[in-house]
Every structure is written in structure tokens, then in C-alpha cells.
Design a protein around this ligand. Structure first.
Ligand code: GAL
Length: 410
């Protein structure tokens, strides 16, 4: 018996390369397909995947669950974290260092600066970047546009003209889900389109009070408020992917949403340029609001668990993963050296625009997707955006609320 136990202990670690318990919120059609691919890659590398999915677009629910698990001393081994929150968790000592994986993979050379910077805290890599999503997109059903005589809008005046045509032809002009993060996403897109990248940077990244309390912000709230009448009466609480589905089904003409929406068009078998159309959101041509998804790793004492985390960090940056995952997710690769040929026209445009925007200084972090400001500040902006959008408040009231909420949250 003793001999058997001994030989089993000797044998087991070689078979089990370790396990990762992964907390994520990728549960829509396109998201789930992408996650299944990550899971398979890890299985091929000998790592067992323990799934901990917390549904809820934008990840608010997942973040709440993550906090309660971490506080009770039981964090998962990997979780979706992004932007400034990586540094916040790093500073609290929760995250494991994956610097050796990054050094061996030459991540400093492979990754764009804005991506690499968001992954590091105190000069060490604490997270592995999956991809770059662009937030400022407009999507449309090609057939619906044809029937209504509408086209993709180039600026906000044009947006209301095209929306009017869709409405007159009996379609819902804009598919929207009334959840705080979706209201904030819409608000962000309007702010970038109305004010431009420089204004956006000053107001929503630097939180400059003069930029916030300005005529431009008044115009932003004015446009944002006018959109209230272009959505249907069942929007409240609707998930973003159900809104995308309204465009896919031809019930609605357009959706303003990040390119994770493209994952839904793809799983529905639709093709870019044929069944659906994409363009930078109104007024945002040349600007790029970026949203980088990444996995961070929580400190583990078991060497097999640490090994599994490092395998996951390494696999995520492999060229095969960067291609296959991003094809189904709708995003573009985090690596700069990837071939573009297999990507569709929307993704190819996104890759070119990302590089151009970085050169032109019009690449801005998304505040609605956790890239720009602390959670406290983004929470305050979410509240103002959603309260405003779901009321008949005036633009003047919107500006006043925004200025005071941001001030109080800092
Ligand atoms: C974003 C996230 C995307 C996508 C979306 C909807 O915040 O970065 O990957 O999942 O939410 O859930």
C-alpha cells in the first residue's frame, strides 16, 4: 500500500500540468465561442480549465463577485481585469508577477505602448492582453438601410437624418439596451464624436474642470438627450447582444456599440459589407476609443497552479491564439506583428485606424470600459449618464450633474 501511494504521488504531478479557475463575463454567442477556443488551447497545453462565468455585459457583475471572493481570501487564479484597475489590484498585493513570461516572449517589443503600459504595475507585467476592442463604431443592417434609403451616418447631424429615414420606413432607428454601462458607452461615443479626441482626453481622462464645464459638454448632453426618442420602449434592462440581434433580424437599423458586436454578427453567419455595415461612430472618423481586455493572475502558492497561470499568460500572446480568438471576438490582435489577411474589412480598418490614431494623438482610452479613470470616477460618470438618458433632464442639468459627480468621486 505504502509503495502504491508513493508511486502515485510521484506520478500525479507529471499528468496534471495544473488548473486555472477563470473568472470571466464572456457569455454571449460570440464571446462564448471565443472563450471556448481559449479553453481548448489550454487543454492542448495540458492545463485544466475551471469555468467561473458571471454573466453581465461590460463586467460589472463579474467585478462585484471578484471583489467579494478576493476579500474572503478565495480569489480565482485568473480573472478579467483591465486598465487602471490592474494597477489598483497590483498595489494591494493580490496579483502574481508574470514578468518572466513577458521577458521570454519579448512583450515589450510586440505590444503597442498603450497596451503594454496598461498591463504593468511598478514596471512589472501583471496581466496578459487578449486584444484591442474599438468602442466608437456604428453597425447597421445593410438590407434595412437599403429599404429605408438610409446610409451610415458621418456626423451627428447626419445621424438624426438617417435615423429619421429608418423611423419613417417603420424600423426602430437605434437598437439599445438600457443598462448603465450601455448608456455610458453611448455617452462616450457621443462625447468623442461631438467634442473630438482632444476635448475627450481633457474632459474624460484628465478630468479637467474647464473642459467638463464647457459649451462642448452642453452640446454632448444635447445630442445624447435627442437619442432618447430613437430607441424602442422595451430597451430598459436589455442585454447588448439582444440589441445586436435586433439589427441582425432587421428589426432595428443601427447600433452604437464596440466591436464585440461583430462577434454576434459572425455567429449569426452574417458577413461584413454584405449583411451588415460598419463605420466609425458619427463624427469619430480618425479617432479611436480603445478597450483592451486582459487576464490578471492572482497569487497562488501551489507550483502547479503557478505553472498553469504562466502557460495561460503565454498562450494568450501566441500568434495562433491572437488570430483565432480575435476573429470570433470582433477585436483586433494585441500584438503588432500579426498578418491582417484573414480579418474582415471592419477589423482591417480598425487595425489601420489604431496605428494612425496612435500617430495622430487621437487614440483615447475608453472610460465606459475601464481604461481611462479609476472605478470611483467611472462609476460617477455611469450614474450621471444613465440618470440623464432615462429622464427628461436638460443639457444644462446634465453638465451640472457631471461636474459635481466627478468632483465628489475624486
Ligand atoms: C466589454 C469587454 C468586451 C465585451 C463587452 C460586452 O467591456 O471589454 O470584451 O465583452 O464588454 O460584454
Amino acid at each position: 500500500m505504502k509503495r502504491l501511494v508513493l508511486s502515485l504521488t510521484f506520478w500525479m504531478p507529471q499528468v496534471l500540468a495544473g488548473e486555472v479557475e477563470v473568472l470571466h463575463y464572456w457569455t454571449s454567442g460570440g464571446e462564448a465561442k471565443s472563450v471556448a477556443y481559449l479553453q481548448k488551447r489550454l487543454a492542448d497545453a495540458g492545463v485544466n480549465w475551471k469555468d467561473f462565468a458571471v454573466a453581465g455585459g461590460g463586467g460589472e457583475n463579474a467585478t462585484t463577485v471578484l471583489k467579494s471572493r478576493a476579500i474572503s481570501g478565495n480569489p480565482p487564479s485568473a480573472a478579467q481585469l483591465k486598465g487602471p484597475s490592474i494597477a489598483e489590484w497590483g498595489e494591494l498585493g493580490f496579483l502574481a508577477d508574470i514578468d518572466d513570461v513577458a521577458a521570454a516572449g519579448k512583450w515589450d517589443a510586440l505590444l503597442p505602448d498603450v497596451v503594454a503600459d496598461a498591463m504593468r504595475y511598478a514596471d512589472r507585467y501583471l496581466a496578459s492582453p487578449v486584444h484591442v476592442h474599438r468602442v466608437n463604431w456604428v453597425w447597421a443592417n445593410a438590407q434595412v438601410c437599403k429599404v429605408a434609403g438610409a446610409r451610415l451616418p458621418v456626423d451627428w447631424n447626419d445621424f438624426f437624418v438617417q435615423a429619421g429615414k429608418l423611423q419613417a420606413a417603420g424600423f426602430i432607428p437605434l437598437a439599445h439596451g438600457g443598462q448603465a454601462w450601455q448608456d455610458a458607452t453611448l455617452f462616450e461615443t457621443v462625447a468623442l464624436g461631438v467634442g473630438g479626441a482632444e476635448y475627450y482626453q481633457r474632459a474624460f481622462v484628465e478630468l479637467d474642470e474647464t473642459a467638463l464645464n464647457s459649451e462642448t459638454t452642453l452640446k454632448v448632453f444635447d445630442v445624447f438627450g435627442q437619442i432618447r426618442r430613437l430607441i424602442d420602449s422595451n430597451a430598459s434592462g436589455r442585454d447588448w447582444n439582444l440589441a445586436t440581434n435586433m439589427v441582425i433580424q432587421g428589426e432595428a437599423g443601427m447600433q452604437l456599440m464596440g466591436d464585440w458586436a461583430k462577434g454576434e454578427f459572425s455567429v449569426a453567419g452574417q458577413q461584413a459589407g454584405l449583411d451588415y455595415l460598419c463605420a466609425p461612430a458619427p463624427g469619430t472618423n480618425g479617432a479611436f476609443s480603445f478597450n483592451v481586455d486582459s487576464f490578471a493572475f492572482f497569487v497562488q502558492s501551489d507550483p502547479a497552479a503557478q505553472n498553469a497561470q504562466k502557460t495561460m499568460a503565454r498562450e494568450i500572446l501566441s500568434p495562433e491564439f491572437q488570430e483565432a480568438f480575435n476573429l470570433s471576438k470582433g477585436s483586433i490582435p494585441a500584438r503588432l506583428d500579426m498578418p491582417t489577411a484573414t480579418f474582415d474589412a471592419c477589423a482591417q480598418a480598425s487595425m489601420a485606424d489604431f496605428a494612425d490614431a496612435a500617430d495622430a494623438g487621437t487614440l483615447v482610452p475608453s472610460f465606459a470600459h475601464g481604461m481611462a479613470v479609476s472605478e470611483a470616477v467611472s462609476g460617477a460618470i455611469f450614474d450621471v449618464a444613465t440618470n440623464y438618458f432615462n429622464s427628461s433632464a436638460t443639457p444644462e442639468q446634465g453638465v451640472a450633474e457631471l461636474v459635481s459627480a466627478i468632483k465628489a468621486s475624486r
